[in-house]
Design a protein around this ligand. Structure first.
Ligand code: HEC
Ligand code: HEC
Length: 364
């Protein structure tokens, strides 16, 4: 056999092997949290300061931590996120712990998990979130001496603030934030100590009769894929003009056809333009939920009980779910299992807000 053909055959065999891999690996299962990501400490430290730095926003009114509060699992505790001053947003702010493990970002998955820095850029610069202008951000950092010192520790003594590196250092900080292990992680790692009975029953239902695992799998309990549960739009979306304006402005940005005919949140459809994706949202992870209510892409439900009931009823209109007919006891067990997936939140040290330095005579 000519040498090149042998190689080509080998390549085909490898390709076939790779193609069959996902099928085997997609066997839905729960996984414990992986080891922390390797991170660059100096960038994390700078990123932590920038995460709490409200002077990155256009009018200095808000930082990332305004909408992603560490004490609330890095969300804001509201059903629908407020937007930048003078706007209101149309979705719930997600928590940020272990965001590095997500395969799609944003409720409609408009970014891949690999593009975390692009999400940080959108948060900083978009008129809906922080309305920051990159030259203004650079200059403000330059004029805060302790922040500039942290910058130079991260990027070198001769470095100057640059937008790409602002995004990079905040991204590095996000990559350092992880959920803590829970008793379920110990169980998944083969610990011998038994789970509390209700949690054990909930876990069995989750992976068995209640089929939750069909969509909530892996270390975050999310398949990272879009699904339609038919969660109804909250009245605020149509009653509060500022929210409708944000929604329609977003659709126009995304190049959605017939924008003015839309009112509700169309979800993944705004990204893919495929009508089948209308009303689909990326499956959220299920860790840390006791800290991050209200739930769903629009904060429609206040309690885990209500979310489980909604799934049990087969969801709302057009839902992919089927009614489960679980008993009260079984639903309580599922809630007990969901609660057991929330470890105490990591302690986050809020950095001080440094003053602007005086501009010395020589540099005027
Ligand atoms: C005005 C409130 C607000 C501010 C300020 C804000 N965010 Fe967000 N953030 C949101 C909302 C709302 C979403 C969800 C948007 C969507 O899905 O359409 C979000 C989504 C995200 C996501 C994607 C999470 C996921 O699970 O998909 C990340 C990461 C993120 N924000 C980080 C940041 C960082 C870093 C900052 C500061 C640079 C920041 N945010 C500032 C409200 C805010
Ligand atoms: C067909 C896929 C699918 C199945 C099966 C499924 N879910 Fe969900 N789940 C989702 C999606 C998608 C959302 C978000 C829906 C939205 O916001 O519109 C969600 C939301 C949730 C939330 C709210 C999380 C948050 O942060 O807002 C919880 C809790 C939840 N599911 C638990 C369960 C439980 C328990 C089961 C089994 C009884 C289950 N899910 C079965 C897809 C699914």
């Amino acid at each position: 056999m000519p040498h090149s053909l042998v190689w080509r055959l080998k390549a085909v065999t490898i390709m076939l092997a790779l193609m069959t891999l996902p099928a085997a690996a997609s066997e839905a299962r729960l996984e414990p949290l992986p080891a922390p990501a390797p991170v660059r400490a100096a960038l994390v430290e700078l990123g932590r300061h920038l995460f709490f730095e409200s002077r990155l926003s256009g009018d200095g009114s808000r930082s990332c931590a305004t909408c992603h509060q560490p004490a609330k699992g890095f969300d804001d505790g509201q059903a629908l996120s407020r937007g930048y001053n003078g706007t209101e947003y149309f979705r719930n702010a997600p928590g940020l712990l272990s965001v590095r493990l997500k395969s799609r970002l944003m409720w409609d998955g408009r970014y891949s998990g690999a593009d975390l820095a692009a999400v940080v850029r959108e948060m900083l610069t978009d008129g809906q979130f922080m309305n920051g202008e990159v030259r203004v951000m650079e200059e403000r950092i330059r004029q805060i001496p302790p922040l500039l010192a942290l910058w130079r520790r991260a990027f070198g003594q001769a470095s100057e603030p640059r937008p790409e590196q602002i995004f990079e250092s905040i991204t590095e900080y996000l990559r350092s934030l992880d959920f803590a292990d829970t008793i379920v992680d110990s169980e998944l790692r083969g610990a011998t100590t038994a789970l509390p009975p209700a949690v054990h029953e909930g876990l069995q239902l989750f992976i068995g009769k209640a089929h939750c695992i069909a969509c909530h799998s892996g270390p975050l309990l999310s398949d990272g894929k879009p699904h339609r549960l038919g969660v109804a739009d909250p009245v605020a979306l149509s009653r509060e003009p500022l929210r409708t304006i944000s929604l329609l402005r977003y659709y126009t940005n995304m190049g959605l056809p017939n924008v003015m005919r839309e009112r509700g949140d169309v979800g993944v459809y705004a990204v893919s333009k495929n009508p089948a994706d209308r009303g689909r949202f990326i499956t959220p992870g299920l860790r840390g939920l006791v800290h991050t209510g209200p739930y769903m892409h629009n904060g429609r439900y206040d309690s885990l009980e209500a979310v489980v009931d909604f799934h049990n009823d087969g969801g709302g209109s057009g839902s992919e779910l089927r009614p489960l007919y679980l008993t009260v006891r079984e639903r309580q067990a599922l809630v007990a299992f969901l609660r057991s997936l929330s470890a105490p939140l990591p302690r986050v040290a809020v950095p001080p807000a440094f003053d602007y330095g005086l501009i010395d005579e020589a540099s005027r």
